[in-house]
Write a protein that binds this ligand. Structure first.
Ligand code: TXA
Ligand code: MG
Length: 319
């Protein structure tokens, strides 16, 4: 495996060719790093599952370069989904739609629908554009972490997670730290109204405003329970505790306005919720690097991306 920092146009072209030849390419998106494979190559896609250690009935998101590629992968797109795609792509949003014949069972986990996303990171878009040029249809990419672990938001974190499982011809493209920092909002668009399966950077308010529809979202105080979206996820080795009570030696992640108690290791002090999302995963990772036993997190209040942060914290703390 090779890590390519600041890849040139030619190196991105070679990465696209590597994908087409069936190798894996981890690449940055604005949310988290993805572990990419040619979405129509069953053998390549099966390697995603073995490298991640992920059960094979968990569906994968197909990444495409623009809304123009959408009807290769899906059929029967409802009007509200077109509105969402036109408004928020490229961006941190995945739409679940009825699959076309291109989306095989090895992508969808045997379901009749498929998740599709146009990422906004320039390096992801450049890779997708080159991939389409060499005849590719889409890049299947889950977050580039071992199953159940914290998603990586830097190339170094991808290497730490998957480096030893990748093959000699696989690549990691380094595109700096991810700006959103948590995974995309997933919206099921197979029914009359949109249903948010995973909250993220595209917020409930934004979706409601664009579609003018009353969307479905389970109160974020309960866990979102949908096929493939597990209770326990995003977990570092340290025990994650939600609350305000710390013990000496604990790590602490909280907004800047919260003070650090004595003998507590402050892992992050984000100034606002946007920054909180951006630093969350790298801060959990830092807790593990410091071999902390417990990380206490004080979740942010309010709506918007704070809902997504609380969703991830609940899952990290589960069990
Ligand atoms: O931000 C993101 O979405 C990142 C970047 C790399 O794009 N990708 C990502 O993929 O988070 P992954 O596989 O780690 O998480 C996607 C989740 C999984 O829990 C999967 O089961 C669910 O979305 N999912 C994917 N396709 C689905 C489908 N057709 N129906 C229901 N759930 C689906
Ligand atoms: Mg994931």
């Amino acid at each position: 495996m090779k890590i390519i920092s600041n890849p040139t146009h030619n190196e991105i072209k070679l990465a696209a060719k590597a994908l087409k030849d069936g190798h894996l390419v981890a690449f940055p998106t604005e949310t988290v790093y993805g572990l990419g494979a040619d979405a129509i190559n069953e053998k390549a896609v099966s390697r995603i599952y073995s490298v991640k250690g992920r059960p094979t009935d968990h569906p994968l998101i197909v990444h495409i370069s623009s809304i123009k590629q959408l009807d290769k992968w899906v059929i029967d797109i409802p009007e509200y989904a077109i509105k969402l795609a036109s408004e928020f792509w490229p961006g941190p949003m995945t739409l679940i739609l009825k699959r076309s014949s291109l989306a095989k069972d090895f992508i969808t986990g045997g379901q009749e629908n498929v998740g599709v996303r146009v990422p906004a990171h320039p390096m992801a878009l450049a890779l997708l554009n080159k991939f389409h040029k060499v005849g590719g249809f889409g890049i299947a990419a889950p977050s580039a972490n071992r199953f159940g672990a914290v998603s990586p938001t830097s190339a170094a974190a991808v290497d730490e997670e998957l480096g030893k499982y990748l093959g000699p011809k696989d690549l990691i493209l380094d595109g700096d730290r991810c700006q959103v920092g948590i995974e995309s909002t997933i919206i099921d668009c197979t029914k009359l109204v949109p249903k948010v399966l995973r909250p993220g950077g595209i917020t409930l308010e934004m979706i409601q405003k664009v579609t003018s529809l009353k969307l479905i979202f389970k109160n974020d105080k309960n866990d979102v329970k949908t096929s493939g979206l597990l209770d326990s996820h995003y977990s570092p080795k340290a025990k994650v505790v939600i609350g305000i009570v710390t013990e000496p030696g604990d790590g602490l992640i909280a907004l800047k306005k919260c003070p650090t108690p004595p003998n507590v290791v402050r892992l992050a002090s984000p100034a606002n919720v946007t920054e909180y999302a951006m630093i969350l995963y790298e801060s959990l990772r830092m807790g593990d690097q410091k071999a902390l036993k417990r990380i206490v997190v004080i979740p942010p209040d309010g709506d918007g991306i704070a809902i997504a942060i609380r969703d991830r914290l609940l899952k990290a703390a589960f069990g």
